[in-house]
Ligand binder design. Structure first.
Ligand SMILES: NC(=O)c1ccc[n+]([C@@H]2O[C@H](COP(=O)([O-])OP(=O)(O)OC[C@H]3O[C@@H](n4cnc5c(N)ncnc54)[C@H](OP(=O)(O)O)[C@@H]3O)[C@@H](O)[C@H]2O)c1
Length: 338
């Protein structure tokens, strides 16, 4: 399976490091045989090698800093545009891991459309195209006989869409409620431990949890973007941000956090959605509430169903290898039908 990456930041590097370290194991166990034939960045170069890039050289610090430092070999092509990379790399699967733009989803949305029209499978961690245009992209993928997968867009590597697709098959989902943003949950947890908001945010950025522009996290738009994706997948609804009531955590002070603690309560950024609409709101929960116990970059989602009642999934919601694994899960699903 030949793959090409659009984006080589925290998550793209996470995927390549996982492949570098675990490919042999997965090849033996699942018959997975991945070649990375292209990598594109915005400002740090682009590489194509139709016979596969060397993953050790690709993850060397010098290459990570700038792909111009990746060693030359016969067949290597450098510095082409993304559309040329899609065309010339021979990739069967395009992995979209550039920053999430939640209003227009561009330029990623056009890259995804191109890839699907080229009959290339697409795997995304980028929420933009999925939040903005999921029905259109599903139709385009079907028309071209390829798959569109986006496990890593909600709860990173924790398999929320696999659960919906397989484990909860046949059930009516009536409501969704959860903690869907790892950065804000990490910040709130650190603030409860006495850290300042600014220091906690800086730590979340250093750990690779935060969006390229962290205002999307702290103002609630990242979680709202995930509700748009869930709304499209579960209720078949094309939600816009105007359909959702959104508030982030940037107004919360250390005093607010301490007041809640004094009353055996915790602030959490809670996202919820029904057929009627949804919201992302900082919410004070009693310490005994199941969501109050979800700490750090962990995420949780509860699906309220007709026959099973509430089903809750809790797991890692952000980070380099965590999100890289979400992409890999999708690659395994595609490999099983190639
Ligand atoms: N970090 C997480 O825990 C997490 C979890 C779930 C989902 N995600 C999603 O995964 C995606 C990647 O996140 P990240 O943390 O890896 O971001 P990041 O570290 O900022 O990396 C983004 C990469 O995309 C490249 N890029 C930007 N614009 C591009 C363009 N027009 N064409 C080609 N490449 C472009 C950047 O190039 P330059 O380096 O040259 O700028 C960089 O290599 C985002 O959509 C994010 O929402 C992240």
């Amino acid at each position: 399976m030949k793959i090409a990456l659009i984006g080589y930041g925290v998550v793209g590097q996470g995927l390549i490091e996982i492949l570098r370290d675990k490919h042999a194991e997965w090849q033996a166990q699942y018959g997975l045989n991945v070649q990375v034939v292209g990598v594109a960045t915005r400002s740090r170069g682009t590489l194509i090698h139709p016979h596969g890039l060397d993953l050790h050289a690709l993850t060397a610090p010098a290459s990570v800093e700038n792909l111009a430092h990746y060693p030359h070999s016969a067949g290597l092509v450098r510095d082409v545009g993304v559309l040329e990379l899609l065309r010339a790399s021979g990739a069967e699967v395009i992995v979209e891991v550039s920053p999430s733009q939640l209003e227009t989803a561009q330029p990623a949305l056009d890259y995804v459309r191109h890839a699907l029209r080229n009959r290339q499978h697409v795997v995304l961690a980028n929420k933009g195209p999925v939040a903005v245009a999921l029905p259109e992209l599903i139709a385009l993928a079907r028309a071209n006989g390829v798959q569109l997968r986006y496990e890593a867009t909600v709860m990173a590597g924790t398999p929320c869409f696999q659960l919906l697709e397989h484990g909860l098959r046949g059930l009516q989902i009536e409501a969704v409620r959860g903690i869907l943003n790892g950065t804000t949950n990490y910040i709130l947890t650190q603030m409860e431990g006495g850290m300042s908001y600014a220091d906690a945010l800086a730590q979340a950025q250093a750990l690779g949890y935060a969006e390229t522009d962290p205002t999307a996290d702290v103002d609630g738009w990242d979680a709202a973007g995930k509700l748009r994706i869930l709304g499209a997948v579960i209720f078949g609804k094309s939600l816009t941000f105007e359909n959702l009531s959104v508030q982030g955590i940037s107004q919360l002070t250390t005093q607010d956090i301490q007041d809640a603690q004094a009353h055996q309560e915790r602030w959490k950024l809670v996202a919820q959605l029904t057929r009627q609409g949804g919201s992302v709101m900082p919410t004070r929960l009693p310490i005994s509430h199941p969501l109050a116990g979800v700490s750090g970059a962990t995420n949780a989602i509860t699906f309220t169903t007709d026959l099973l009642g509430d089903v809750t999934l809790v797991g890692a919601g952000a980070g380099k290898h965590v999100t890289g694994y979400g992409l890999l899960n999708d690659l395994l699903a595609i490999a099983s039908v190639l």
